[in-house]
Design a protein around this ligand. Structure first.
Ligand SMILES: O=C(O)CCC(=O)C(=O)O
Ligand SMILES: [Fe+2]
Length: 353
């Protein structure tokens, strides 16, 4: 285990059985990404198709420090890990059980129950089989439920960081710096291309945009803590993420401190040597085979886990490599639809944007 490099090949995604067979880096059917303001100050593209941007100096040091301070004041807790795609996996397994073993078992046991009874006719035989099917299906569903639950529990090992959300953009403290507000404002600005020249209209557009954000999350990694390879989008977003705005169309994360060693953000399906990678950004670690970004205070990393229609883009699989030095990031997920509280920002918070 060498925490300074991040060269190991990523384990298969454990969060969706259905995706386990598709790990190549083709982008079949992935459409255009969300539009952004590419002329935003400091914005550089470090990879094309899939597009990945960094925005140098996205947040000033005071805002970064304020975000860290507020997160610590609120208290960070073990980061939650959602089992993305569990509904699809559950459905697939139930279907598999019904079409195969449960049906055969119901037929076999039904035949065995009536084989020594000369009075049993066809109706009785079918009656037994149906009864057996219902019973075995019930048992199978209970088993699959337990299996799904244990899978969800295992996932917690993949993310060992601590985190908290900051949904209060208000200046309750007497501090001048408003890290969370600044973060949401800048992100809304970045995501509002071709915005109006009228200030009030522009503000309205940015408030509408921020309504599609999950509240900022601050994540802290201490030595050896990681976030294993994963996707920020969910193949079953329409059902599982309905209460948080549906699919995640963009991830924007800001590094809140300089990190001398460890804690790279790594895209395991994107090569550093690929002609699609632009190496003019100093924080791209060229010694790594896969595209890796070194944390730098105030710099933002932006990528698109799904296309603008919500289609999952597996090329954006990424991870937070093991931390050596302490690392803090703040993250905003931009969804497809309005994200209501508790995941999103309340209406009166949005009015501050
Ligand atoms: O810590 C990192 O570099 C990546 C964080 C991340 O992927 C996430 O929070 O979803
Ligand atoms: Fe992520």
């Amino acid at each position: 285990f060498s925490p300074t490099t991040c060269n190991r090949s990523p384990p298969r995604r454990v969060t969706a059985l259905s995706s386990a067979t598709t790990t190549d880096s083709t982008s079949v059917g992935v459409g255009p990404r969300l539009a952004i303001r590419e002329d935003f100050p400091g914005c550089q593209r470090i990879h094309s198709d899939p597009d990945i941007f960094v925005i140098s100096g996205f947040l000033d040091p005071a805002s970064c420090q304020d975000l860290i301070r507020r997160a610590n004041d609120k208290g960070l807790q073990q980061s939650p890990v959602a089992y993305a795609g569990w509904t699809q996996d559950f459905k697939d397994l139930v279907e598999l059980a019904a079409k195969g073993p449960v049906t055969w078992l119901a037929i076999g046991v039904g035949w065995w129950q009536t084989k020594d009874d000369p009075t049993a006719g066809q109706v009785e035989l079918i009656g037994h089989m149906v009864q057996n099917f219902v019973l075995f299906m019930g048992l199978a569903i209970a088993g699959i439920g337990l299996f799904t639950k244990s899978r969800a529990d295992q996932l917690q090992d993949l993310r060992t960081s601590t985190s908290t959300t900051l949904d209060d953009l208000n200046s309750t403290s007497k501090q001048e710096t408003q890290g969370p507000l600044q973060f949401v404002r800048r992100t809304a600005e970045l995501f509002t291309p071709g915005s109006s020249s009228s200030d009030s209209l522009k503000r309205q557009q940015q408030q509408d945009e921020a309504a599609l954000f999950e509240a900022p999350t601050v994540i802290r990694y201490e030595s050896r803590q990681v976030l294993a390879p994963h996707y920020d989008a969910n193949r079953s977003a329409a059902t599982e993420d309905a209460n948080r705005g549906g699919q995640t169309l963009a991830t924007l994360l800001v590094y809140l401190n300089d990190v001398a060693e460890g804690g790279l953000t790594r895209f395991g399906k994107l090569d550093t040597a690929s002609p699609n990678t632009q190496l003019d950004y100093a924080q791209v670690d060229e010694s790594q085979e896969k595209l890796c970004i070194r944390p730098k205070m105030g710099d933002a990393l932006l990528f698109f886990p799904a296309d603008v229609s919500g289609k999952f883009d597996e090329r954006t699989e990424h991870e937070g490599c093991p931390a050596v030095d302490e690392k803090y990031i703040a993250r905003i997920w931009r969804h497809q639809n309005r994200v209501p509280p508790p995941f999103g920002l309340a209406q009166d918070e949005l009015l501050r944007v």
